[in-house]
Design a protein around this ligand. Structure first.
Ligand code: ADP
Length: 393
């Protein structure tokens, strides 16, 4: 059976088509610059990457171009072979705690939740509507980035703010990257051969978050109402004193939109390194002795270590710390710096084992009190698995 995993942005559409339950990727790709001119797409098929220019006014046209590619390349004979389409949705609020089949009610709820994710949910709605038009016989599902975090206890998701802000405006911690945290914690439990585990999952990419997962359920996570909480990221500041915002707005006459742009797009590694948001560039700077890059990396690592320590105490122990996403999977030096700072907890790195990128592996020493692993994440596969489960119901 074929299942399509879809991630619609406002001007992009990423996809991956799987043969399930074998979990084999048949074709994957990305449509870019949809509706903004000069659109093009790239597809990966049989180990080859192809790029084509094609004017695409909207997501429906992108799906139609995908159908043409599927047919021309004999990936499918008939569209009916695609039994399910899973859509990645950034914000599910406190309404969705699992993947669901999309009907009119679900669609309008996702639309309503745009209040909490104005940049992302409207794009997802557009993508879903286009998919329904082009693939009317497939079961459409919504897979939420926030769903995995819905098991957090109230003491962890509530802010110490007027209760009315929570009841009337839904201000609370929702978290993000849930599909990734779920994927790597499931995989970790598979490797450990049990489910009664305490895990700290570190999704460290351009966006970054850490979760505490007990017996497969999330109990805490570092992102908040929005993704700009917790860790220092490529361009986001993460946790700061909230009063900085009104103070700077008053000093500079910035509008809410302008200051939001600064804390999301001009802060983090980029602001401190004064060089780049990309940890590869920061590492290069460190090697050149650039003081700003050295400081940026210290702050970045410090924040990650603080969260790991916090969750270790909260869970009263930890069986494994897992690193994933761009930095977590690839930055040997960042992993080393983090693990070395956890020495007080009895965590020990195996330097040789840590010398790897993008592979699943145990990287802690045999006598480390907490096992440390690299597990490459696969959000698209998680979406396909959840969708398959609903198709089979
Ligand atoms: P996103 O949050 O956009 O999904 P990714 O998880 O793809 O981000 O992570 C992208 C980031 O991963 C890059 O900005 C870079 O900082 C980091 N990265 C990727 N490859 C390497 C590498 N070889 N060494 C260090 N960092 C890397």
């Amino acid at each position: 059976m074929k299942i399509l995993s879809v991630n619609a942005g406002s001007s992009s559409l990423k996809f991956q088509l799987y043969e399930m339950p074998e979990e084999r990727v048949l074709i994957s790709g990305n449509f870019e610059r949809i509706g903004v001119g000069n659109s093009f797409y790239t597809i990966k098929l049989n180990g080859e990457k192809i790029r084509k220019e094609l004017e695409l006014d909207n997501h429906e046209q992108a799906f139609k171009a995908l159908v043409n590619e599927l047919k021309e390349n004999n990936v499918v004979e008939s569209l009916d072979e695609i039994k399910g389409i899973g859509h990645r949705i950034v914000q599910g609020g406190d309404y969705f705690d699992k993947t669901v089949v999309i009907d009119d009610e679900v669609l309008s709820k996702i639309d309503e939740l745009s209040k909490l994710a104005p940049l992302h949910n409207p794009a997802a709605v557009t993508g879903i509507k286009a998919a329904i038009d082009v693939f009317p016989s497939a079961l459409q599902t919504a897979v939420f980035d926030t769903a995995f975090h819905q098991t957090m206890p109230k003491e962890n998701y509530l802010y110490a703010l007027p209760m009315k802000w929570y009841t009337d405006y839904k201000v609370r911690r929702y978290g993000a990257h849930g599909t990734s945290h779920k994927y790597i914690s499931n995989r970790m439990n598979e490797i450990l051969g049990r489910t009664d585990t305490k895990l700290i999952t570190c999704h460290i990419g351009n966006g970054a978050s850490i979760s505490a997962v007990v017996n497969g359920k999330c109990v805490n996570t570092s992102m908040g109402l929005t993704p700009n909480a917790g860790l220092i990221m490529g361009t986001r500041c993460g946790d700061i004193d909230a009063s900085i915002i009104p103070y700077i707005m008053e000093k500079t006459n910035m509008t809410p939109k302008e200051i939001d742009n600064v804390i999301n797009k001009e802060s983090g590694l980029l602001a401190i390194s004064m060089r780049s948001s990309d940890s590869r560039d920061v590492e290069a700077g460190i090697n050149e002795g650039d003081e700003n890059c050295i400081l940026a990396q210290r702050m970045y690592v410090r924040r990650i270590v603080d969260y790991i320590a916090k969750y270790y105490v909260e869970m009263e122990g930890c069986d494994a710390i897992i690193f994933t996403a761009g930095v977590g999977e690839n930055s040997i030096t960042t992993r080393k710096a983090i693990i070395e700072k956890l020495g007080i907890l009895g965590v020990k790195l195996d330097e040789e084992a840590n010398n790897l990128r993008g592979e699943e592996k145990l990287i802690s020493a045999k006598d480390s009190k907490i096992a440390c692993y690299v597990i490459p994440t696969d959000e698209e596969l998680m979406i396909a698995r959840d969708t398959l489960a609903l198709v089979n119901e």
